[in-house]
Ligand binder design. Structure first.
Ligand SMILES: Cc1cc2nc3c(=O)[nH]c(=O)nc-3n(C[C@H](O)[C@H](O)[C@H](O)COP(=O)(O)OP(=O)(O)OC[C@H]3O[C@@H](n4cnc5c(N)ncnc54)[C@H](O)[C@@H]3O)c2cc1C
Length: 552
């Protein structure tokens, strides 16, 4: 059976109910997706259940950097910086079209967080811990060199002392998650979105399966397995409570928002990590036709499924950008779109949100529910390895059964489409040539290759079937691809998690929406009433990311 197509949803649900799994993973963010791929490639029989869409939680709301976290060095988190620093190069090799090298500029400002000597030493240690070599090693720049890297800083030249210039990677968090899900399915896992775990069932006081609801139909189902891993990010404690009362460590949720402005309004030449007057630091990252700015870091106790973006959050980021780049004069009217996410941190008494560690931890309940929380997008592979080494030991001890060790560092994503950045660039040029024959803007070449890798060929071939203007034909082809190859079930799944259009090309959405709705309607045989709900879902999402109100 084809487990990649939402058109097969009913059969996939039946298969889930009729199979006894080694492991059920709850949560289809990067943590769950990474665990699914690791577990299935070790030889385990795996099911992954996601209550909304894959990556719809924090894993589409990050700063989208595969980074070692320079800031954590200041907090002496040496082990964390070493691990995630080293992971960067591995994840880049696994998917060079999604994880792309990105040089970062850290301007040194009079009275700023970092001085020249501390920055030079800090970046050197950062490179050393991560094993960065050759040209990628950090460079310290004088004032003139810093201004050459980023001419926009000229408007703050009086306070500029110089800069640090170092290697990081940028990514698309949601795409990285979806490619892990797809690779897991390819290796034999069954992964399904819009299936919510509501409770557990037990055998001899040990957890033996999950009771779920198919969110699309309201139908209930039960799925059995030997072990269950709770990888639900910000929801980890909610799921733990379904099993037993929480004793000991619990989560602390911190909200972070990003805002997106048109590139013409913030024409950054290069990614930058800069000081905010309150002592924090934030990023500004150019991405094709826009630049995005983030992030905030504030405690959060509200609704996990609906994280508001207040006017105050947006103004904080705009003020910080205007402070570093006075020429910009950004106002809330410049904000095209935005996103908000929750960091699922492990609570530490007496520390503020920014001070709390980003390390991951594993909790095991009396009944055997294994939960994993904390961590970073960048460290997803190592988190998966740790939790599955534990599951492996449990299988050995309790069932005398063994599975292999992790080898996800050797499993390229997207079928190993590209070996390196050079191959990605060559393919992107080829796509750009094809796009020009369609008279589509060159914007779409990076867009297509980052999102769909080599599958861009399939999408461009599919376009030929449609008798529409090229932009709409492309959107239809993407809709078809996302439904049949990436388990998209709602139009918002394509616009948000699979293409990022909602954030990075919002003005295009109203043009293509009717065509996308009709593709979903036809492929999934949806009724008019269902279509109305799906359309309203998109309209509400647009409102939430582009209209801002005061907190009270
Ligand atoms: C503002 C911000 C910026 C960040 N920037 C970076 C960065 O640049 N680089 C980096 O490395 N890290 C970054 N991070 C951290 C990183 O994004 C997170 O660590 C990571 O995405 C967490 O992934 P997760 O899979 O654990 O959680 P999630 O992505 O939230 O996934 C959990 C999933 O579980 C599902 N779920 C919940 N309950 C149930 C249930 N009952 N049944 C079924 N499914 C359920 C949810 O729907 C959700 O999709 C950032 C985080 C934030 C908030």
């Amino acid at each position: 059976m084809d487990f990649f197509s939402s058109a097969n949803r009913i059969s996939i649900l039946e298969h889930l109910q009729n199979t006894f799994f080694d492991v059920i993973i709850i949560g289809g963010g990067i943590t769950g997706a990474g665990i699914a791929l690791d577990a299935t490639s070790r030889g385990m029989k795996v099911a992954l259940l996601e209550k909304a869409d894959f990556a719809s939680g924090t894993s589409s709301k990050s700063t989208k950097l595969i980074h070692g976290g320079l800031r954590y060095l200041k907090q002496f988190e040496i082990g964390l910086v070493r691990e995630v620093g080293r992971e960067r190069a591995i994840v880049h090799q696994l998917a060079p079209h999604i994880v792309r090298p990105e040089k970062m500029l850290l301007p040194l400002i009079k009275g700023g967080t970092y001085g020249s000597i501390t920055t030079s030493a800090g970046l050197m240690i950062y490179d050393l811990l991560a094993g960065v070599n050759g040209d990628d090693k950090r460079k310290m720049l004088n004032k003139e060199e810093t201004l050459n890297k980023e001419p926009l800083l000229k408007t703050n030249a009086d306070s500029l002392k110089g800069g640090g210039y170092y290697a990081e990677y940028r990514t698309d968090d949601a795409r990285l998650t979806i490619e892990n899900i797809k690779s897991a399915i390819q290796h034999g896992a069954v992964c399904l979105n819009y299936v919510e775990v509501e409770s557990f069932f037990y055998e001899k006081e040990k957890i033996g399966g999950v009771k779920c609801i198919d969110v699309q139909t309201g139908n209930k189902l039960a799925i059995k397995s030997t072990y269950i891993i709770n990888a639900t990010g910000p929801w980890v404690d909610k799921v733990r409570k379904k099993d037993e009362a929480i004793k000991g460590k619990r989560l602390f949720l911190s909200k972070g928002i990003h805002v997106v402005v048109p590139y013409e309004r913030f024409p950054l030449q290069q990614s930058i990590y800069f000081d905010v007057p309150d002592g924090r630091m934030i990023f500004a990252i150019p991405r094709n036709r826009v630049t995005y700015i983030g992030t905030t870091d504030t405690p959060y106790n509200g609704d996990l499924n609906n994280i508001p973006i207040y006017q105050e959050d947006v103004e904080y980021l705009l003020k910080a950008a205007n402070n570093m780049f006075p020429v910009l004069k950004l106002s809330i009217k410049d904000v095209e779109s935005s996103w908000a996410g929750l960091r699922p941190l492990i609570h530490e008494e007496g520390k503020s949100a920014s001070e709390m560690s980003r390390k991951d931890e594993i909790f095991e309940s009396q009944t055997g529910l294994v939960s994993i929380a904390g961590g970073k997008l960048t460290g997803y592979r190592k988190m998966a390895e740790r939790v599955l080494d534990l599951i492996n030991r449990k299988f050995q001890k309790e069932y005398n059964k063994t599975f292999s060790n992790t080898h996800t560092h050797q499993i390229p994503l997207s079928n190993g489409a590209f070996k390196n950045s050079k191959e990605v660039k060559a393919y992107e040029n080829n796509i750009a040539t094809q796009l020009s024959s369609w008279q589509l803007p060159s914007y779409y070449s990076e867009y297509l290759v980052t999102n769909y890798g080599l599958q861009s060929d399939l999408i461009l071939k599919r376009m030929q079937r449609y008798n529409d203007i090229p932009e709409i034909a492309l959107a239809r082809a993407e809709a078809w691809y996302s439904i049949h190859h990436e388990l998209a079930y709602h139009p918002i799944d394509l616009l948000d998690r699979r293409s990022g259009r909602l954030y990075f090309y919002l003005p295009s959405v109203s043009t293509i929406l009717p065509a996308i709705l009709s593709e979903f309607k036809e492929a999934l045989r949806l009724k008019d009433a269902q279509m109305q709900v799906l359309k309203e879902e998109v309209e509400l999402a647009i409102k939430q990311i582009s209209e801002f109100h005061p907190a009270s």
